[in-house]
Design a protein around this ligand. Structure first.
Ligand code: NAP
Length: 265
């Protein structure tokens, strides 16, 4: 097992730069997290599913800003994702192959909407596979790669606290993520690896575009329920993930941090 540390501002050699793996970093919260962690001095492994061009834009932006990053693809809905994910990662890692992974951010996810009365079983299983089974198996297969004293951060959701009938299946996946976070934190404590989650509220990403963007009626219904009175941006979640990854958060583990702008307090 390997020990590494949060980045020193002075790290100049590639081998000194800790690696952060961010799943679903081609868009939305994941892309913002990748950019923020690169700015904080990590070499970011930008995972994506199908949007190679978006992932390439994230990488180009990080490089333009003087950071380090590389991209790799893996479909989290596929069985055998534990093997395919790390195989794809290794193929893209170049000289960093075999280096310890300091931070693993399980961000990729899907929301399939529908009331329980008309929710297809196959959609239920697909959502579970991407949001729950894949993070579990990727972590399981990745445990020997994780640096002692490293970080795991999982993306949960405010809907584990706030009942929303049309996302019942999705809310269940995020409830599982909270249990995963809490339980794994205890298990990995002896390795000084912290495991935490962030639970965003409604954030302006593609996930909500179909019902939120340009829909003044929907915004009008949502905003009075948010204490801070506005819809969140991806960076507002990414900043909290970055804090949990940072050395400042070293004594926080097993927690889910609400990042909903005070929704339905
Ligand atoms: P998003 O904009 O829809 O982006 C989703 C990301 O996940 C993309 O990078 C996508 O990759 C990846 N992904 C989806 N399905 C995949 C699959 N089968 N295989 C591999 N990658 C896959 O999502 P977001 O809004 O940023 O959400 C990020 C996380 O925050 C999710 O876990 C979500 O549940 C959680 N969250 C979001 C909100 C919100 O309001 N936005 C609220 C609470 C929680 P490709 O595009 O490359 O396929």
């Amino acid at each position: 097992m390997t020990t590494t540390h949060a980045p020193a501002q002075t790290a100049t050699r590639s081998a000194d730069v800790p690696i952060a793996v961010v799943t679903g970093a081609s868009r939305g919260i994941g892309a913002a997290t990748a950019r923020r962690l690169a700015a904080d001095g990590y070499e970011v492994a930008v995972h994506y599913g199908t949007n190679e061009e978006s992932a390439a834009r994230v990488i180009a932006q990080i490089h333009k800003d003087g950071g380090r990053a590389f991209a790799f693809a893996a479909d989290l809905s596929e069985p055998g994702i534990d093997r395919s994910f790390w195989k794809s990662y290794d193929a893209a890692a170049g000289t960093r192959r075999g280096a310890p992974v300091y931070a693993l951010i399980h961000n990729a996810g899907v929301t399939i909407r529908g009331l329980i009365e008309d929710f297809p079983g196959e959609d239920f299983h697909r959502q579970q596979q991407i949001n729950v089974t894949a993070p579990f198996l990727i972590t399981q297969a990745g445990l020997p790669r994780l640096a002692e004293g490293g970080r795991i951060v999982n993306l949960s959701s405010g809907v584990t606290r706030i009942a929303m009938a049309d996302v019942i299946g999705y809310a269940m996946t995020k409830g599982a993520i909270d249990a995963f976070t809490h339980t794994l934190a205890q298990h990995l404590g002896p390795r000084k690896i912290t495991v935490n989650a962030v639970a965003p509220g409604i954030i302006d990403t593609d996930m909500n575009a179909s019902w939120l963007r340009g829909n003044e009626q929907a915004r009008g219904e949502i905003l009075p329920q948010v204490a801070l009175g506005y819809i969140g941006e991806p960076a507002e979640v990414a900043d909290v993930v970055a804090f949990l990854v940072s050395a400042d958060a070293r004594y926080i583990t097993g927690q889910t941090i609400d990042v909903t702008g005070g929704s339905r307090l």
